[in-house]
Design a protein around this ligand. Sequence first.
Ligand code: FPP
Length: 256
Amino acid sequence: MGGACYKPPVAEMDLLSWMESRVRARTLPRHVAIIMDGNGRWAETRGRSRVEGHREGSRSVRSVTREARKIGLEALTLYAFSSQNWGRPDEEVGALMQLLAEYLDSERAEIMDNRIRLHTIGETGRLPGFVRERLESVRAASAGNDGMVLTLALSYGGQEEIVQAAQAAARVGPVEADALEAHLWTAGLPPLDLLVRTSGERRISNFLLWQAAYAEMVFVETLWPDFRETDLLGAIADFQQRERRFGLTAAQVTSG
Ligand code: FPP
């Protein structure tokens, strides 16, 4: 390897620990969610199949989850499969389901060792049996864990989530914001602080529509398979520069 892009491994380690100490020195977001976009483009630019892009993307899932846990996030929510993704070619949907199953098998020990609690949001009943069984098994095994909550959004749509929450709330009383919120699939998770989308797209794509009301948004050009530990830390550092006002004035927020 040569040329301007080469960075010695030691310098990479230094960069990672330097970024970790920098984000740890400031208030961390409690809950980070990520729209993992760009697997297809990553593969296409390398002349590889879209499925290979998803496979490399699942490696980013591992790296980012590990880093999120390491720095002490309370909750990480990943958009792994949308309600609309069912419309993709059968082969791609099948490969994504297979990757999910492989991920659950290979990560089970790490999830348990790191006291991560696995949670899912979405219409998981639509997933094939071999994925549902694995999800349920890891979910049940990790239910008592007190570390970070890792939420996989699977067969998830934000509009669909709000509709079912409104219907459930209406069955028990007047539909007010608190009542509806209590029926969202994310009930019990910390409020969403930071929403990241990779691959240069600047859309929310039916993800956490309700929960994103006051979330900070960070859009990065990096394609998801290239998004690793330092990219997560960079997004958090960006978040830490923001002034969150929640509808108040800057003077009110700073006076405290
Ligand atoms: C969007 O990229 C990504 C997806 C639809 C799937 C995300 C899945 C993974 C990261 C891997 C499996 C998940 C886990 C949890 C192991 P795209 O295909 O829309 O990319 P493009 O916009 O470049 O075509």
